[in-house]
Design a protein around this ligand. Structure first.
Ligand code: ADP
Ligand code: ZN
Length: 293
């Protein structure tokens, strides 16, 4: 049996063919253009390998309700060509094979929980801080969908007193996490690409303040056993330590557990499967769809 996996991102599509045991046989990366251009290549890849099941982790928002007529559609994305697009059903190319879809970050947390930085945890959160901020939430061994699916990236935050751009850059919200802390918001604050800044630039203290507020909010709502921080911005190595200490400062001793108070370095961590957490998670989603058929 072969399992096809797709990590669908706003800038690139990563496709993989896996054996059931997780051995990766092939990988293809394509730029995310319009569906007219990109979909035929993806359908071709999966049909030419005669996959027996398909798992997808995609950018969203998505319809994740399996009983909805628009299950597996990308819904209200700002990428207009993909708005209301039936991603999952189109990918099978008309073949009746088991398939399932989740958000890209939910795919990542599935992979990290089963094989990576959250192994052994029953609850964990995966956050990517890159061009946007996304969060996958995993509770009692399942990703959380709820009414739609969590949109951790748009939680509202308290501005830092020294932030020159405290409203951020999100077109929907003043002062949301993504608008303030994703790469574009960071760049707007300093007037250049965040990659070009030195480690000791004060903007990383502001960045850590925002990411720590997110961690506090997640700790107080989801109570995860681990928080995993990945994505391009987190490649700035000094950030993780700053986020850990700022999280402890903001919690101010309220949550009395040694896992946080004494072991914060093992509580807020980097992903171990980065940058393929999403692809491996997509394979695991496909494998599960096959098992449930
Ligand atoms: P995407 O979210 O599109 O998948 P990435 O996760 O690679 O992309 O994130 C890209 C963002 O990360 C850019 O805004 C870039 O400025 C920022 N970034 C990448 N590396 C660093 C770094 N070392 N320090 C700060 N920001 C970084
Ligand atoms: Zn927002």
């Amino acid at each position: 049996m072969k399992i096809g996996a797709l990590e669908a991102g706003g800038t690139k599509m990563v496709l993989g063919i896996f054996e059931e045991d997780g051995t990766e046989l092939e990988r293809l990366t394509l730029p995310t253009l319009t569906p007219d251009v990109t979909m035929p290549k993806m359908i071709d890849f999966f049909t030419s390998h005669s996959v027996d099941a398909l798992g997808v982790g995609s950018f969203g928002p998505l319809d994740l309700n399996p009983s909805s007529p628009t299950y597996g559609y990308i819904t209200s994305t700002p990428k207009l060509a993909w708005q209301n697009y039936p991603l999952l059903t189109s990918l099978t190319g008309g073949r009746d094979i088991p398939c399932a879809i989740d958000t890209d970050v939910n795919a990542a947390i599935i992979a990290e929980a089963q094989q990576g930085a959250a192994m052994g945890c029953h609850s964990a959160v995966y956050i990517t801080v890159g061009t946007g901020v996304g969060g996958g939430v995993y509770v009692n061994g399942e990703t959380v969908h709820g009414l739609l699916h969590p949109e951790v990236g748009h939680m509202l935050l308290r501005p830092h007193p020294n932030d020159p751009n405290p409203r951020g850059v999100c077109p929907y919200h003043d002062g949301c996490l993504e608008g303030l802390a994703a790469g574009p918001g960071l760049g707007k604050r300093v007037g250049c690409d965040a990659r070009d800044l030195p480690d000791d630039h004060p903007t990383f203290d502001i960045e850590a303040y925002y990411l720590a507020q997110m961690c506090v909010n997640l700790i107080l709502t989801v109570s995860p056993e681990r928080i995993i921080l990945g994505g391009g911005v987190m490649q700035r190595g000094i950030l993780l330590g700053k986020v850990r200490s700022e999280t402890l400062r903001l919690l101010n001793g309220y949550v009395q557990t040694p896992a946080i108070l004494e072991h914060i370095d093992e509580y807020i961590v980097a992903p171990t499967l980065f940058p393929v957490s999403g692809l491996i998670g997509s394979y695991l989603i496909g494998k599960r769809a096959l098992a449930q058929k």
